[in-house]
Design a protein around this ligand. Sequence first.
Ligand code: IPD
Ligand code: CA
Length: 264
Amino acid sequence: MAYSPILNVMVGAARKASRPIRRDFGEVENLQVSLKGPANFVTKSDKRTEQILHDELARARPTYSFLMEEGGSVEGTDGQHTWIIDPIDGTTNFIHGIPHFAISIGLERAGTIVAGVIYNPITDELFTAERGQGAFLNDRRLRVAARSRIEDAVVTCGIPHLGRGDHELFQTEITKVQAKAAGIRRFGAASLDLAFVAAGRFDAYWERGLEAWDVAAGILLVREAGGRVEDVDGGPEAHETGNILAANDSLFTQLQKELKLPKG
Ligand code: IPD
Ligand code: CA
């Protein structure tokens, strides 16, 4: 498929960075793993992938800023554009030999996400979106699922775990959703959760406590596939608050009723 110049840069960077990931995944048991925090591992592979992405993107657009999971913020001179990068979203899956993780690259321009690439190097599924131009899986145009009743919906989510998130709140949320939904999933990579909503595989997704790099590209994918993504509780941009709800318009409204926290 022919990409715009900016998507070309992003897809090229993702494909280049994916080569060593594929090698490392093949010998995942030999990877050196260092403990970054409880249940939060960072591998040499994350760091190397991020370096490749940074170098490729900086070479193509030398003035842009960066926000990266491993390396944090790097201020560019441009003052408008920021690359938002998660080198391996789904690190726990990666470490466990589960082939469900992705490189995620979002491009923000003056506060708006304008381009996104999510690439699973193992399945070779490449999700791309550019603002106003639609969302694609490889060369197929994406559309969110049309199911409008929660009773028919498969809903994916993030489950807080050791050292992460509000466990009690999640118990309340899952109790409400499990009583209504056709099925609930937890796949372990936020970027792919969003990409799968865009592709109509999942009908909806919610998770709290995410970071901008988990969701920047995925938010654009869902919107460009005709879906709605907002903060679970309403209000500001989901990639800024990290509390996300994504679905088609009808399911969004129904699920938000279940999940929204009372104000104050
Ligand atoms: C994680 C994944 C996971 C989500 C976590 C994220 P990482 O990202 O997206 O699905 O539940 O909140 O931190 O650490 O694997 O890049
Ligand atoms: Ca992540």
